[in-house]
Design a protein around this ligand. Structure first.
Ligand code: ADP
Ligand code: MG
Length: 757
């Protein structure tokens, strides 16, 4: 019987112990510290410098700094060194590791094995050796025809190449039977150099942002012996990854989770997250065992995992690293997802990265903490206690606001997907309206600068009249930031884009997606705004080599005025905000297909192309890939729902009806009142009849949809018609789940999924 499998899985899940692994130990038997194992599987610069001849290492560093191309001699020497390093660690294979446009990573393993033939007295002797050349390190050509390209490779050239991204270090991952595989982080490009991956565009956007940020800094920072010129600005990123963990046996019994990553059916149990007692609660032992095994692997891979905790929804958790340079942070987030997935398996757990696996409880996001950092280690979004740097801070702050204001819809496009749609605007995550939150004190500072009045210190309840700026007392017609970090403790969890002390937190990003795309778009928006800031500064400065404080304040004020629209301090989940945003003319983009179209909108497309982050063809291809994926995702969900209702829900209801009917007739035969059974049957009948009807219309709709060859059109149809039709089916099926005898229900229920870990 169907429910027997469910029962068996429930029992299995409850009686599992937790898996123990051998943690690396010190000679005295105590566990090693995380710092000791950190980066053990990474071919770091330090490792490289130990193994390479000095001139070769120097030449590599020059290349890293962007001053020269990698020559063959250097590449060969690095290839040899990394081969020796990897073989010592049991590596049998190497792979270029890249990020095609499918939110995941790709790899194709090649053995180091080569056959060498020599001739001995006219006889060929074949010897097996391990080789790895510079050209193998630099470039590879996987058979790339099945990766998404949005039509790009058909218009250009069918070949795709992976090229070593020298900025991201190589590493080994442990393979089966004590062996290992050498991973070479790579970009994936077409024959003509068009990006076929997430990484190339992120690299380009970081470079553009670096260039314009240093240019702006040159205008505002006087240079002398003690204060050398800023030569580089990097994007920093810290990703807070949310996910669910459920028991594998129960997961296996849910086709919706297996196929779509989310439940398409299932009602809320009486107790779920109302008490909010899961948040920061004690991590279940079995989960902790899995997480710490995962953390160990990540530490070896040099991923600086910092925090772990229970999230709001039952069975929901979060992992966050220490922030890093954006490119590396993206690589590390993808590795984190990969390792979580694999390690969870070993613990008979299943990790769910979908943004909304369960209806009615919170979904998962991936907050992207984003800032800019100079080569002197200064965080450009750190208000700091020293007023000298306040102007610099304000200049970069208003540039971010301007970028978000001009291209908020583009940022919305960067986080759109069939899965994230269920989370955005579901009164638990920021809605489809992009706005920025600054916190009351910073908000007050911007208002004061705009109005040319003193800043109120909101915490102290006083007005700041004067402040020392570089030895002179300035009238506070100009702004300074009164001890801003202290006052910025207020948080707005409802904002999609919130300033949090010394960085912005892009909170609307989905848990499942690669953050590369949203970060690329954010970098681009800000870079574009910084170009405007630069021009405004230049205009203000006239012939001066460096902008005066007054010049800077004038520009800051101008941009504060321009960006008022995008600032919102209130509750982003409220209906008032939806109305207010409409009045302000801010777009409220509810559905993904509408969001994707914003990629091609002139103001966005021309900005991305002018900066050189995307070519026209790349942008078109991106749009097609995203919208087609959306159409396919929803279509697959609808087909899965149809199968589950037809093969699992309806048979269970029919069995129950039959049981009730037999019982009623039995009662009647023995002369006992049968009305309770009959009443229940009568209640069930219209619901099951309606479910059947709705299922049939969904089926018909899907058949009709087969005629769409154009997936762009289909995307609109599935969003406008299929999703509501699925919703109607689900509501009825969930109603029946509550009515049908539990012992007949074949699909694991939410209670079991949430609590059996
Ligand atoms: P929470 O938002 O939960 O309070 P934290 O304040 O600890 O969490 O920070 C969350 C993430 O932000 C961490 O990954 C952290 O490393 C990252 N972060 C902190 N400072 C910066 C920065 N300057 N740039 C980018 N990310 C940062
Ligand atoms: Mg956070």
């Amino acid at each position: 019987m169907a429910h027997a499998a469910r029962l068996k899985s429930v029992v299995e899940s409850l009686t599992r112990g937790h898996r123990n692994i051998e943690f690396p130990t010190k000679p005295d038997g105590r566990p090693q510290s995380v710092a000791e194992v950190f980066g053990q599987n990474v071919f770091t610069l330090k490792e490289m410098s130990k193994m390479l001849p000095k001139p070769v290492f120097k030449s590599f560093i020059r290349q890293l700094k962007g001053n020269s191309a990698l020559d063959k001699v250097t590449a060969d020497a690095i290839a040899h060194a990394v081969k020796v390093w990897a073989l010592e660690r049991g590596a049998t294979h190497f792979t270029h590791w890249f990020q095609p446009l499918n939110d995941s990573t790709a790899e194709k393993h090649d053995a180091f094995l080569t056959l060498k033939s020599t001739f001995n007295n006219g006889f060929e002797e074949v010897t097996a050796i391990d080789t790895f050349s510079g050209s193998q390190l630099l470039q590879s050509e996987p058979d790339a025809s099945s990766f998404p390209s949005g039509g790009m490779r058909t218009t250009f050239e069918a070949r795709g190449y992976t090229v070593w991204d020298t900025k991201s270090p190589m590493f080994i991952q442990e393979g089966p039977h004590g062996t290992a595989i050498l991973y070479i982080p790579s970009v994936f490009i077409s024959y003509n150099g068009e990006a076929l991956d997430e990484k190339s565009v992120l690299l380009r956007s970081s470079e553009v942002l670096n260039k314009i940020s240093t240019e702006v800094l040159q205008l505002i920072e006087p240079v002398d012996e003690d204060h050398p010129r800023t030569k580089q600005v990097i994007t920093t990123l810290g990703t807070e990854q949310e996910y669910f963990l459920i028991d594998r046996a129960l997961y296996t019994l849910r086709p919706d989770l297996k196929i779509c990553g989310r439940t398409l059916l299932g009602g809320l149990p009486p107790r779920h997250q109302q008490l909010e007692d899961h948040y920061f609660g004690k991590i279940p032992t079995r989960v902790l065992a899995a997480i710490s095994e995962c953390e160990l692997e990540l530490a070896k891979l040099g991923v600086p995992v910092k925090t772990r905790h229970n999230e709001v929804a039952p069975a929901q958790f979060e992992v966050a690293p220490i922030f890093e340079e954006a490119m590396l942070a993206v690589d590390h987030n993808l590795l984190t997802m990969d390792v979580l997935h694999r390690v969870a398996h070993r613990h008979k757990l299943k990790v769910l990265f979908h943004e909304k696996p369960f209806r009615g409880v919170n979904g998962s996001g991936k907050h992207c903490n984003w800032s800019l950092c100079t080569d002197k280690g200064d965080n450009l979004l750190d208000p700091s206690a020293t007023p000298e740097t306040n102007y610099r801070f304000l200049i970069f702050l208003v540039a971010v606001l301007k970028g978000v204001q001009d291209h908020g819809d583009l940022l919305r496009a960067g986080i759109a997907s069939a899965s994230n749609d269920h989370r955005l605007g579901a009164h638990e995550a920021p809605p489809g309206i992009i706005s920025a939150f600054l916190g009351s004190q910073l908000n007050e500072v911007l208002n004061a600068v705009e109005e040319g009045r003193p800043v109120n210190d909101l915490a102290a309840g006083t007005q700041l009249q004067h402040v020392r700026v570089k030895g002179t007392v300035l009238d506070l017609k100009v702004a300074t930031l009164p001890n801003i970090s202290r006052d910025l403790t207020d948080r707005n969890r409802t904002s999609p884009f919130a300033f949090t002390g010394n960085k912005f937190e892009f909170r609307a990003v989905g848990s499942k997606q690669s953050v590369s795309f949203p970060v690329t778009l954010l970098n681009s928006c800000v870079a574009s705004a910084l170009h405007e800031v630069r021009d405004a500064l230049k205009k203000q400065m006239g012939d001066k080599p460096v902008a005066s404080e007054e010049d800077q304040i004038a520009v800051i004020r101008e941009f504060i005025k321009k960006t008022k629209n995008i600032r919102f301090e209130g509750d982003n989940y409220s209906d008032e905000w939806v109305q207010e945003a409409a009045k302000r003319g801010l777009p409220n983009i509810v559905k993904s297909p509408d969001a994707f179209r914003r990629l091609l909108k002139d103001v966005n497309a021309s900005m991305l192309q002018n900066l050189g982050v995307f070519s026209d063809a790349e942008l078109q291809s991106r749009y097609h890939i995203l919208i087609e994926k959306y159409a396919k995702d929803v279509t697959i969900e609808a087909q899965t729902l149809l199968t589950m209702v037809t093969q699992q829900v309806l048979p269970a209801v029919f069995q129950y009806r039959r049981d009730l009917a037999e019982a009623a007739s039995f009662m009647k035969n023995v002369g006992v009142e049968s009305s309770p059974e009959v009443q229940l049957l009568n209640e069930l009948t219209p619901i099951v009849a309606e479910l059947q009807k709705r299922t049939n219309s969904l089926d018909k709709l899907m058949e009709d949809n087969n005629k769409y060859e154009d997936l762009v059109k289909l995307a609109d149809v599935v969003s406008d018609e299929v999703l509501p039709a699925m919703e109607a089916v689900r509501t009825l099926a969930d109603q029946l789940e509550r009515m049908v005898a539990d012992k007949l229900w074949p699909i694991p229920k939410y209670t079991e999924l949430f609590l059996n870990i």
